[in-house]
Design a protein around this ligand. Sequence first.
Ligand SMILES: Nc1ncnc2c1ncn2[C@@H]1O[C@H](COP(=O)(O)OP(=O)(O)OP(=O)(O)O)[C@@H](O)[C@H]1O
Length: 243
Amino acid sequence: MDTVLTLDHVSKIYHNGRGARNITFSVERGQVVGLLGPNGSGKTTIMKSITGLSQPTEGTITVFGAPVTDREKALMQVGALIEQPALYENLTAQDHLRMAARYYPGVDQARMDKVLEIVGLTPYRKERCGKFSLGMKQRMGLALALLSEPELMILDEPTNGLDIEATVEMREVILRLAKEKGVTFLVASHLAAEIEKMCDKVLVLYEGEMLSFDTKEEALRLNPSLEDYFLAKVRDKKGSVVL
Ligand SMILES: Nc1ncnc2c1ncn2[C@@H]1O[C@H](COP(=O)(O)OP(=O)(O)OP(=O)(O)O)[C@@H](O)[C@H]1O
C-alpha cells in the first residue's frame, strides 16, 4: 500500500501550553481516516500543521514522501477545507473557480464545470456566493479544494452547521471520491456517528493527546458504536472516573 501521509511524533504547542502533543500515524492511499475528538482536542491544530498553515514545534510530517517543510512540493497534491471557506459575497461560484484556477496552470473550464458537478452546484454557478446557504457555501469550499484534482483532502468538520440533507450529500460526495477516484481523506469531526458512517480508520484525540488509532472494524469489534469506543478510550485514559 502507498503511504500518503505520515506524522511522526508531531507536537504543536501554543504559547499557552495548549495544542496537540506527540501525534504519530500514517494514512494509506484511498483511505478515509477520521480525527474524532471533542472541541479543543487538537483536530484543527493537526490539520493546520499538515497543510503548512502552522509550524509544528516538534516532529516531522511527510506528504507523498516529501516533508511539509518543503511546502510547495508537499502540498501540490493536497486540497484543504479548514474552518469556513473564505468566499466573496459578490462573486459567483464560477468567478471563485476562475480566480482559484489562476494558481493551477492545468485547470481548464472543463475541470471547473466538473467540480461544480461533483458538489452539485452546477445549477447555481452564476449565482453570487453571498446568497448561498451554509451547506452550499460548504460545498463551494469543497469545489475549490477539489479544483486541482488533489490526491489527499484535509477536511475540518465538513458537515458542521449543515442540516440532515446537506450532511448526507457532503458525506456522499466524500465517499464517492474515495471509492471511485481513490482520493485519500483526513476528516475531522466531534461527532462519532459522522465518523462511523464515513471512515475506514479512526484516530481519537482528547485534550491534545492521541488516545488510539484503529480501523473501524477493530473499534467496533468490542464496542456497539464508535461513540462507545470513544467513551471507552476516554475512560481508559481517566482511569476509573466514570463520565
Ligand atoms: N492560535 C492559538 N493560540 C493558542 N491556543 C490555541 C490556538 N489555537 C488553538 N488553541 C488551543 O489549542 C487546543 C486545540 O485547539 P484546536 O482548535 O486544534 O481544537 P479542535 O479539536 O479543532 O476544536 P474545535 O472542534 O472546537 O474546532 C485548544 O485548547 C485551543 O484553545
